[in-house]
Design a protein around this ligand. Structure first.
Ligand SMILES: Cc1ncc(COP(=O)(O)O)c(C=O)c1O
Length: 418
């Protein structure tokens, strides 16, 4: 577990800011997510810069499943990311948040006809079809404009990856051995409208493993090179959550991939990537106040006002996020191993089992969980126990503002259902 030294204010470091802003943060309604524009810019610019080395035509889709806050949608649009959506709700919301249809890609298994109808009616940029049923439906109802990507599934998993999306039991895509058959169904379509899509998995941090899979798949795909003009290679760009994990070497990945494309005479294709985590994770921090301090000088149990209903990722993925006790004006050199738990009536609702927390921790102090900008609220079971939704704030140009509508409570959403 990463713990920050009590003498350096971790939030201050994250914000790279003056203490005035930190004082403002102390007043916010917790539990809360805070998103930093500066951090967003850092991560997204690093990604875009590195990937531009792959070929002369590279575009990146922001995967809004990672964080659909309107502010994040706006920032990603401003940074010229297109948007990847995976449901009718995401499609409608992406449009509502200001994205234009010709910048939206729809993907995801098990698409209802209603969703494909809407995507075609809107003339979105592209649809990645994941089965022969979807392929038949999209070709039969095509609007003459939306690109059709055939999502392929390889026959084995990416080794060492917990969120691998390849393999014989995968629900994603069409079996790679049937790519030729799928492309035949698109014989009547100009190759400008045809693309190949694949997504090997999430949270990938080993560029060599990634490159060897890309080479294998692209070698197979290249035999059909005249039949398509775009390749969406997904992404899965991972980040280090704990101190045991390492940074993905994006530059080595991008230059290696560029070489593979030219080796296979695919360098003239339009290349697309998708990313949520790399863009949004480090831009968000989850803040929660300590309601109760229990235990003794050797072991403490801290109960916080935010729980896994607000931030599920730690309980769900068993991930260790960097966690810090935020003490602006106090510091104790003695650290105590502490359990940090949310307020839900389940032991699963636990952020840390042995975080090192200063011994003078008090009720009302703040805990910060970093790298919470991706798969934070979007992944969380907000209806469990009907607590209020966490608030969300954005920090930009030295100011902090709340970005969610105040007082919209889960019980109001819930009671409108019945
Ligand atoms: C097809 C596809 N594209 C993109 C993403 C976004 O992944 P990440 O946020 O890890 O970049 C996912 C995540 O599950 C996905 O399934």
């Amino acid at each position: 577990m990463n713990v920050f030294s009590p003498t350096e204010n971790p939030i201050m470091k994250w914000l790279d800011s003056d203490s005035g802003l930190v004082k403002e943060l102390e007043k916010i309604r917790t539990p809360a997510y805070v998103y930093s524009y500066r951090k967003f810019k850092e991560g997204s610019a690093r990604l875009a810069r590195a990937l531009s080395q792959v070929s002369s035509s590279v575009s990146v889709f922001y995967s809004m499943k990672a964080n659909a806050a309107r502010t994040m949608m706006k920032w990603t649009r401003e940074a010229h990311f297109m948007t990847e959506v995976s449901s009718i709700g995401e499609l409608r919301y992406a449009m509502k948040s200001g994205q234009t249809a010709d910048n939206i890609l729809l993907l995801g298994p098990g698409k209802h006809e209603e969703l494909m109808d809407l995507a075609l009616e809107l003339h979105i940029f592209g649809i990645a079809v994941e089965s022969f049923r979807e392929l038949s439906y999209v070709t039969a109802n095509h609007n003459g404009k939306t690109r059709i990507f055939i999502r392929i599934n390889a026959d084995r998993n990416v080794p060492g990856v917990t969120e691998s999306m390849f393999g014989p039991e995968s629900k994603f895509g069409i079996d790679v051995s049937r790519l030729g058959e799928a492309l035949e169904k698109l014989d009547g379509f100009d190759s400008d409208l045809v693309g190949i899509h694949y997504y090997m998995g999430s949270q990938l941090t080993d560029h060599e493993t990634m490159l060897s899979f890309h080479r294998e798949i692209l070698t197979y795909v290249a035999r059909y090179r005249d039949r398509f003009n775009s390749i969406d290679m997904g992404g899965g760009f991972g980040i280090p959550y704990s101190e045991n994990e390492h940074e993905l070497d994006l530059d080595a990945f991008a230059t290696g991939l560029g070489k593979i494309l030219s080796d296979l005479s695919l360098e003239d294709k339009y290349i697309y990537f998708e990313s949520g985590r790399y863009i949004a994770a480090d831009a968000g921090v989850f803040l929660t106040r300590i309601m109760d301090v229990k235990g003794d000088d050797h072991r403490k149990v801290l109960v916080t006002d935010g729980g896994m209903n607000d931030f599920m990722r730690i309980a769900f993925m068993k991930e260790h996020h960097p966690i810090a006790h935020v003490i602006p004006d106090r510091s104790s050199s003695k650290m105590v191993k502490s359990v940090i738990s949310g307020p839900l009536c389940t032991p699963l609702d636990c952020f840390a089992t042995s975080a090192l927390i200063p011994a003078d921790v008090k009720e009302g102090d703040m805990i910060a969980i970093f790298k919470a900008g991706a798969y934070g609220l979007t992944l969380s079971p907000v209806f469990f126990l009907l607590h209020s939704l966490p608030s969300e704030y954005a920090v930009r140009d030295g100011g902090i503002s709340e970005i969610t509508r105040k007082n919209l409570r889960t019980e109001e959403i819930f009671s409108s259902l019945y």
